[in-house]
Design a protein around this ligand. Structure first.
Ligand code: FA5
Ligand code: MG
Length: 410
């Protein structure tokens, strides 16, 4: 059952507040990791848009690599990252190493195997993940760096970066977004056996995230914990915040699976981990209604945010009307997925598409064929669109649906 968060709980664990020599060493190591990763930050077109038959990275996605919104001081993603850093620095000075330029191109092994994602898990499917080739992906979460960072000797760290997913289209989903991974291996002195260690980890994790929510949002928001499943944590939870009339999921977390610790230099130890959705947290903090806004260079958006200023509330500069277009088709026998449809729409519309929603589905009783009708909302954040422009995009979308996804248009 979801439990309501204590509104302004800021409990701390004194055993973890010690600023030790060990922590200082970790800080130095954190900086070293940082430098090594920075060298690998560039990636060429040929390396990402390979001709490998498994490659499903689009031009639009490639164009986002290296944008580094989380490292632009006046960008809301960077501002929220710094606010989270400030929280951890205040709570446990010098304890967490901060890694924010690890490369988004990772091995499938790091992205999946090393965090125990089963061979048949849906997230491995090219329908959900951008593959460069069978062995290499654009990371779909910052958890891809858990194992390697533990192996490098870090025991408390925050990894921030851009992550990539083939996903649905709406105001809170975008194919590129930013996560911050947090991992903390407990001190041995905090527990006497494995069962107690797991309990302490869960409690400390929840206290930490509740205090973080209070630090970012104060008492004026409604949150709830929801039980979840991740292959790399047990138990697992998600935190939701009530925002614009709906529950918005902002993070996943849990007690780390023992196997990940055991094989990466922390045998028999206990740890917690979380993955924050930075866009979602920034949407709540700054009242940003649509995730596409993070990518606009319109100064009416960018000028509203300043490094260190956490109390800015986004003022919509103008609201242009959406334009709705429906598209109906018979599904092909070979299969159909909504993520593929969304890729096609984004491929033609870019950030002009606001949402894609299934509004009707029926199966013809005699023909045993299924028809779907999707409603596509087009809207620019920055200007009004002409009928002609939208009609052109919609025609291109229809042509590609027939051509690439083999649907039969109706
Ligand atoms: C994960 O990615 C886990 N790796 C998180 C985790 C880490 C769990 C460590 C346990 C331990 P999930 O798929 O739920 O979990 O994504 C985490 C957060 O990313 C979500 O809560 C949400 O805030 C954000 N998110 C997910 N998909 C999108 C998207 N398409 N656009 C924007 N934000 C998204
Ligand atoms: Mg989730």
């Amino acid at each position: 059952m979801p439990s309501r968060l204590a509104s302004a709980c800021s409990s701390g664990c004194s055993a973890l507040r010690n600023v030790s020599r060990q922590a200082e060493n970790r800080r130095v190591k954190g900086r070293r990791l940082h430098a090594v990763a920075a060298e690998a930050q560039t990636v060429s077109r040929e390396e990402v848009l390979t001709s490998h038959p498994f490659n499903n990275v689009t031009e639009g996605i490639f164009a986002k690599i290296g944008a580094n919104l989380h490292r632009r001081p006046d960008h809301p993603i960077c501002i929220i990252k710094e606010a989270i850093y400030a929280f951890f620095d205040e709570r446990q000075p010098g304890v967490f190493a901060k890694l924010e330029d690890l490369h988004p191109v990772v091995t499938a092994k790091a992205n999946f195997d090393e965090v125990l994602v089963p061979a048949d898990h849906v997230s491995r499917n090219p329908n959900d993940t951008y593959y460069i080739d069978t062995e290499t992906v654009l990371r779909c979460h910052t958890s891809a760096h858990q194992a390697e960072t533990l192996r490098k000797g870090e025991r408390a760290f925050l990894v921030t970066g851009d992550v990539y997913r083939r996903d649905t289209i709406d105001q809170s989903h975008y194919p590129v977004f930013h996560q911050m991974e947090g991992v903390k291996v407990l001190d041995r002195s905090q527990y006497s056996d494995a069962a107690e260690g797991a309990k302490v980890a869960e409690q400390e994790l929840k206290e930490t995230l509740e205090a973080l929510a209070a630090h970012l949002f104060g008492t004026g928001i409604e949150c709830r914990w929801v039980d979840a499943y991740f292959p790399f944590t047990d138990p697992s939870f998600e935190l939701e915040i009530f925002f614009n009339g709906e529950w918005l999921e902002v993070l996943g977390c849990g007690v780390m699976e023992q196997q990940i610790l055991d094989v990466n230099g922390c045998e028999g130890e206990k740890a917690w981990a979380f993955g924050l959705g930075l866009e979602r947290l920034a949407m709540v903090l700054f009242a940003i209604p649509d995730i596409r806004l993070f990518w606009t260079s319109d100064q009416r958006f960018t000028k509203q945010f300043k490094a260190g200023k956490l109390n800015a509330k986004f003022k919509p500069y103008s609201k242009y009307p959406p334009c709705f277009k429906d598209v109906s088709f018979w599904l092909p026998e070979a299969g159909f997925t909504e993520n593929n449809l969304c890729e096609v729409v984004r491929g033609h519309a870019g950030d002009l598409v606001e949402s894609v929603v299934l509004i009707d589905s029926f199966t013809h009783p005699k023909k045993q064929r299924t028809s779907h009708c999707y409603r596509v909302a087009y809207r620019s954040m920055d200007r009004s669109l002409t009928d002609e422009e939208i009609n052109d995009i919609q025609e291109n979308v229809r042509a590609s649906l027939a051509d690439q996804l083999k649907v039969e248009l109706r």
